[in-house]
Write a protein that binds this ligand. Structure first.
Ligand code: NAI
Length: 446
């Protein structure tokens, strides 16, 4: 599914004209389909550490076509640049420039993935500089890649092997079509928790998941994706959206719960419904959200309070009930939908930005509370996503917002849903308290 402009410049005369005029040339992104190969084409594993050898061996075990040195003129599906052992900024040049020699050979929709260590845990200023340098390198490289190719990074805490379960889980996510609209981003792995699924097409088999705001838009896509991945889904939305909610619930063979999440008893209603109807509760996705945009100078109390109430206060209250419940103690997962407006800010959205920035703070602080149960909580921050909400934007603003990212197109609701499904899976058990942007590397703001 692509927008009309992308269709126009992808073929024939439109493609030639766009190239001649130097217009943006988005390509159709490689998105995940069950049963499709993880990635097509050879993978170059670059780097000379023991950690890079381990990655190459693991990928061979997955049946992938692995190279330690690129062959001339061979189209590559991916480059994995393993930099886990760099000590000083001077250590970066050799491995990075060696991998750079293969960048022109990347196939369309290829992947570049770095694996390195978190700078917070660096043992010296030089080590911190080298590690943080990879951040700037990766984000710059992502802006240079073309034809749907992306660059993302995996950050490991100091004592973790490159082959720890969630490092491999994150690597599979970044290589696959599940990460189509994730670009220039990092996932941090902070523990050895996590487990790769027995069936990579059904990573949520046996799980019961709740999705709020599931009657339409991104929430409906999340419900469909969690169902596709094997979960039983409880779909929550306000009573006024009851017909749509029932239709999506039927489609995904889940159950509908008509509920305003800002009610005081929302957490208990959600737990009771999941346990009574499905016997357990493993995953909660806080997706329901509203906008009431106004410049702050014109903001009224109603607009401010309603956005805070739905977008963050309700999530905090529901989480309190979840944390107190004995039914949410077996590797539970919470994934919360934030927004790039809560990170970079957006004109007319001070209330929304406060609520979505709040989501990111809430996630960071709640991670430690879930740890005793092997649980995780993360946020996903979408950029411009093609939904009913963004379809209502004035044409010129919409078209600008759509193109101002490294992939030159808006994301699909499915792209947000894929990131959520990954963070909800056992494979992401070592990833917690963070935020993953699904924004095609939005160029405006932070
Ligand atoms: P949408 O407006 O299409 O859907 C939101 C759903 O939440 C609706 O079905 C609505 O009835 C439900 N909802 C609202 N208040 C509720 C309440 N009190 N209790 C229960 N359900 C309630 O929105 P969309 O575009 O699908 O967005 C979903 C999430 O993604 C929201 O949190 C939004 O802030 C966020 N987001 C969306 C972006 C986009 O480009 N569409 C960009 C960044 C973030």
């Amino acid at each position: 599914m692509t927008d009309k402009y992308t269709q126009l410049v992808s073929h024939g005369a439109g493609k030639t004209l766009a190239r001649k005029l130097g217009l943006p040339q988005p390509v159709e992104l490689r998105r995940y389909q069950p049963g499709a190969p993880l990635i097509t084409g050879p993978i170059l594993v670059s780097g000379d550490s023991a950690g890079s050898d381990d990655i190459a061996t693991t990928l061979l075990g997955w049946g992938l076509d692995v190279r330690r040195n690129a062959l001339p003129k061979e189209k590559l599906g991916a480059i994995i640049l393993v930099l886990d052992a760099v000590q000083r900024p001077e250590d970066l040049g050799k491995p990075v420039l060696k991998a750079a020699a293969s960048l022109r050979d990347l196939a369309p929709n290829a992947r570049v993935v770095t694996m390195s260590r978190t700078s917070q845990s660096a043992p010296s200023p030089a080590s911190a500089a080298a590690r943080q340098g990879i951040d700037g390198l990766l984000r710059s490289l992502a802006k240079e890649l073309r034809a749907g190719a992306t660059a993302n990074g995996i950050l490991l805490d100091d004592d973790l092997a490159t082959t720890s379960p969630s490092a491999l889980g994150a690597l599979r996510f970044f290589l696959s079509g599940r990460s189509a609209y994730v670009d220039g981003q990092f996932l941090t792995v902070s523990s050895t928790s996590g487990e790769l699924p027995a069936d990579s097409d059904k990573p949520l088999a046996g799980k019961v998941a709740v999705v709020t705001g599931a009657a339409r838009g991104i929430g409906a896509a999340i419900a469909r994706t969690l169902h596709r991945d094997g979960a039983k889904v409880v779909l929550v939305d306000i009573p006024a959206a009851g017909d749509h909610l029932a239709a999506v619930a039927n489609e995904v063979m889940g159950t509908a719960l008509q509920l305003d999440i800002s009610r005081d008893d929302a957490g208990h209603r959600i737990i009771d419904h999941a346990v009574e109807r499905h016997g357990r509760l493993d995953i909660v996705v806080h997706n329901a959200g509203i906008t009431r945009d106004k410049l702050l100078a014109n903001m009224d109390e109603g607009r401010w309070e309603s956005v805070i109430a739905v977008n963050i206060a309700a999530q905090l209250r529901i989480n309190e009930a979840l944390l107190a419940s004995e039914h949410f103690r077996t590797s539970p997962r919470i994934v919360s939908v934030a927004s790039t407006s809560g990170i970079a800010g957006n004109r007319g959205q001070t209330n929304y930005g406060a609520s979505k920035g709040g989501v990111i703070g809430m996630v960071r602080s709640t991670a430690g509370l879930l740890e005793p149960y092997g649980g995780t909580i993360n946020a996903v921050a979408p950029g411009f996503i093609e939904t009913e909400m963004t379809a209502k934007m004035p044409l010129a603003i919409r078209e600008a917002a759509r193109r101002l990212n490294s992939l030159k197109q808006g994301g699909q609701p499915q792209d947000v849903a894929e990131a959520i499904a990954f963070l909800a899976s056992d494979a992401a058990g070592g990833i917690t308290g963070g935020v993953l942007r699904v924004c095609g590397q939005q160029l405006v703001g932070a």
